[in-house]
Design a protein around this ligand. Structure first.
Ligand SMILES: [Zn+2]
Ligand SMILES: [Zn+2]
Length: 306
């Protein structure tokens, strides 16, 4: 969704229009300053006039509202095929790491490489999530459907817990297939595959970890709740902060280990400033608070599905 500044008002007033099939919002900014936990450049009080349009990606009972048992949340055979191919390429990589380590009797390096892969997968998930949350639109090449899906996720976070497994993972599984398959064919190095296998596996399953972060503890498998509590998987409380104002933190969704550092050091804010001054592109999070970030309450028909 692109947010365009139209300079037909005096310099202290701007109109931003979101051109999205999901939501068309006109945001009028005045000069009155609001206080947020993280001040951002030119953050101004916003008056929002939402004009809702139906999303092309969601079958709805009313405009914009996914319903319980929504067909768009179900897995198709093509989703399952992509998840199977993604898992196969990751398992080949892990098998090469294990067999290479067993043959050479050198286990430490592949294990350490796997640990680095796990830690960097969390960073990668944060950078990717920040990018698609803040830039581009449904019509962006390659990433358009992911951008549209993540914008829908901010509007209706609860849908991720209703999304079937392969439906939730297939986009990342496809990317993993295309990236890891050539690496499987090109190398037999156990250390390299220790890194690639763990990192790509964590990235592919990051959407499952994300779904678990939206699931109430009583509905989680006990082991998953345990892994969240010890910080090996992104916690529910940490990710809940991502869905609260000012909507510009806690982007990492594997272990969440990078979130505190990235947010305290304002790494994404620095990248946003660089992109703004180099390219003139404003991230969506600067237009917060906006109805496109705000969660919609579930309707009675959706609650029935719990
Ligand atoms: Zn997000
Ligand atoms: Zn979420």
């Amino acid at each position: 969704m692109s947010i365009l500044a139209q300079h037909k008002y005096p310099s202290k007033y701007h109109v931003h229009t979101c051109h999205s099939p999901l939501l068309r919002t006109r945001v009028y900014c005045s000069t009155t300053t609001t206080t947020t936990t993280k001040p951002k450049p030119n953050l101004e009080q916003l008056v929002i006039e939402p004009q809702l349009n139906p999303s092309p990606n969601l079958v709805t009972s009313a405009p914009n509202r996914p319903i319980f048992n929504d067909p768009s949340l179900r897995s198709t055979w093509s989703h399952r095929a992509w998840v199977a191919s993604g898992c196969t390429t990751v398992l080949i990589s892990l098998a090469k790491a294990t067999m290479g380590a067993a043959e050479s009797h050198m286990w430490l390096e592949p294990i350490l490489a796997g640990l680095v892969g796990y830690i960097l997968a969390d960073l990668g998930s944060g950078v990717y999530h920040w990018g698609i949350d803040n830039y581009g639109s449904a019509s962006t090449p390659i990433f358009g459907s992911q951008i549209d899906a993540f914008q829908g996720h901010h509007k209706w976070p609860w849908t991720i817990t209703r999304r079937q497994f392969a439906n939730n993972l297939h986009s990342l599984a496809r990317a993993v297939t295309f990236t890891v398959l050539p690496l499987d064919l090109a190398s037999n190095d156990p250390m390299f595959h220790g890194f690639v296998g763990v990192c790509s596996g964590c990235i592919m399953f990051s959407q499952q970890f994300h779904a678990w972060a939206h699931t109430t503890k009583s509905r989680l498998p006990p082991l998953v709740a345990e892994l969240q509590d010890v910080g090996l998987l992104v916690s529910r409380s940490q990710h809940a902060a991502h869905h609260r104002s000012p909507y510009n933190n806690n982007y990492c969704i594997v272990s969440g280990v990078w979130n505190e550092f990235l947010d305290k050091q304002m790494v994404f804010e620095a990248l946003e400033m660089i992109l703004f001054f180099k390219l003139g592109v404003r991230p969506r999070s600067w237009s917060e608070p906006s109805s496109e970030w705000t969660e919609e309450a579930e309707t009675p028909s959706q609650i029935i599905g719990h």
